[in-house]
Design a binder for this molecule. Sequence first.
Ligand code: KG4
Ligand code: ZN
Length: 337
Amino acid sequence: MPSETINILAIESSCDETSAAVIQNGKVLSNTIATQKVHERYGGVVPELASRAHMQNIVPVVDAALADAGVNKAEITAVAFTQAPGLIGSLLVGTCFAKAFAQALHLPLIAVHHMQAHVLAHFIEDKPDFPFLCLTVSGGHTQIVLCRDYLDMEVLGETIDDAAGEAFDKVAKMMGLPYPGGPLIDKYAAEGDPLRFKFPMSEMKDYEFSFSGVKTSVLYFLQAQRKIDPDFAEKNRNDICASVQHTIVNMLMAKLRKAAKELNIKQVGIAGGVSANSGLRKAIKEAGEKYGWKVYIPRFEYCTDNAAMIGITGYHKFLKGDFADMSVTPTARATWH
Ligand code: KG4
Ligand code: ZN
């Protein structure tokens, strides 16, 4: 191995995926993800069960990432891990593992912000120009981020209540669909009429979002309709899914268009789990054609939670000499730094 080779071992454990990746000089060699199935029957992530599953998964997942990459422990240059934000018990598992690994092998440690990593997932394969505008939409976050450079980002606006993914999942739950319901809404929406039912779009200031209103209006709508026909949701499943998806996508796109226009940015992307949504993908591609944007959508495995995005962020922090010391601890909530 030439001495200039930089191998970053990256660990992600903020929610319900245990993931490890090896990044060599900014290129992904491996990206292993263990998705926790244990939460499905509860209709959402159960924090304590997530921590326990991370405990079971972390060593085999790291072993698999090293084996897939064909890199051994002695060849690792630095260890990057998700320090915030996320479920504290879950973050603790990844943080303690990363600290122990780094200490045992005398390696530098790099603390990564999960939301910054979702944005930098765009730079794993493509290389958008700066300034770059990113709509990050996941189960826990909805943000419009102005990215001036790899590590120079600003959150222009975010949701004041539910995240977009949470809205998808909660509506799915109301309809009796299993967790996570977002992908199922997407699937049924493809067969439905998006204009059949009207749900209100919240009017928020600047680049803020709110999704609790649409969620509540779907709840009241279903309650009222079920009084007339208890099987209403099942009988009209595709049209309800299409109409809800249409409403959420319209709300997201309205703010993204506003930001791109006001800041005059033509490099625009979506990131996070909800960027897998076909309605959102179609809408951003159409907007790209209409407004002359260059549109970026990461590959699916880099959209949902993964360690490769932690690794690419870790790599850029490594180049800047931005290391954490052994006193670093995880935090459930975090601002940008
Ligand atoms: O980024 P992610 O994997 O985890 C978080 O950090 O939250 O995002 C998960 C979220 C879930 O809410 C899930 O329902 C949603 O992304 N999601 C989707 C789709 N695929 C995943 N929502 C709508 N349509 C999809 N195709
Ligand atoms: Zn995430």
